[in-house]
Design a protein around this ligand. Sequence first.
Ligand SMILES: [Zn+2]
Length: 429
Amino acid sequence: MRILPLIPLALLTTPAAAQTQPSPARLKADVEKLVSFGTRHTLSDPDHPTRGIGAARRWFAGELGRIGEACGGCIEVANVARTFTNDRAPKGVEIVDVLGFQPGRDPKRVVIVMGHIDSRVTDVMNATSDAPGANDDASGVALVLEAARILSREKFDATIVYAALSGEEQGLFGGTLLAETARERGWTVSAVLNNDIVGNTVGQDGRRVADRVRVFSEGIREVEPLPGQLARRADGGEDDGPSRALAKAVDGVAGKLPRGLDVFVVRRFDRFGRGGDHSPFLKLGYPAVRFSVGVENYDQQHQDLRSADGKVYGDTVDKMDFAYLAKVTAINVATLRRLATAPAAPASVTIGGALATDTSVKWAPVPGASGYRVHWRRADAQDWQQHVDVKDAQATIEGVIVDDTFVGVSALAADGTESLVTFGGRERR
Ligand SMILES: [Zn+2]
């Protein structure tokens, strides 16, 4: 007599246990699915049922919809679209961003996690050749889906936006569309996590870098009006703009993850001379960072599939490292969880204490904050060194001389979860 029926292994783990950690197998399956659409070039046929960017977008929307059904409708799938025209889309092309909204208590405050679904080969205008785009950027899109699977089981204060953008390779169209959508709809954007090329560990020279991920951020806001920029420099705030504060928060979050990756906080907004879909967000003043692998392989980006001179070119699944991609996903998930749980960061922080032995701090109160954390550090250090928690929107740091000290303030949720840190400067009039 057979006592135990054969139960598939997947059913032996509870759904909750199965979805609390990013799964390399699920990430691989999603990247393979995205590659299966042949090309996802922005100018490819949007209506073909199985090939091209339209089919890929519909699959992504369906997948988000399934994740939403599994959490009782906690994710609403919606597209935003607009026609863009430039020299890489001379006849104009309808750009569609597929978005999943997981509403928080505050529908207007958002944290965004995104990747770009479009792909390309050597000729950026070639919309018909196979362009697998496994790493660039099916890796980022798969990460977004996996983050949704995990975070859709939880409730947050802020709304999470899961996004697959189009038109990155033709001119950052999808990033522009989503950033302008944020402005038009009056969202308070607490963080934008752009994931673009996040799934390989072997570089151009054969070197393997599997222990770190680069997080790119600007220091001073690109679009801060000149008087504000000058004042920020005068205060020594070049390393503490909102996007840099986000990168430092990511670093802190990653440092607490078991068997995680080191975050290489690159102090420029993107790779040298290059950009990505977070750029349009920076142009509108939103805190945004780019995640990318520790070492890139240029034979596996934007290449026709071919072999030449003993080299194999092309952005294919076999070159990827899904255990690594799962670790990058875990950092995104933990960062989103923190920033969607915490209140918004203080809108402004002012410090004083010139010609005195104490430093005084005050800031704009944050709706919904249960308290605040005042951070400070020596003015020759990059990371916060000391802090004190307070209830009211002001504090005095006794015995700390303002000339030698940088100060910042974060807002705290009831459970102590912390927002980004807002850097303190002189009062602006
Ligand atoms: Zn890319």
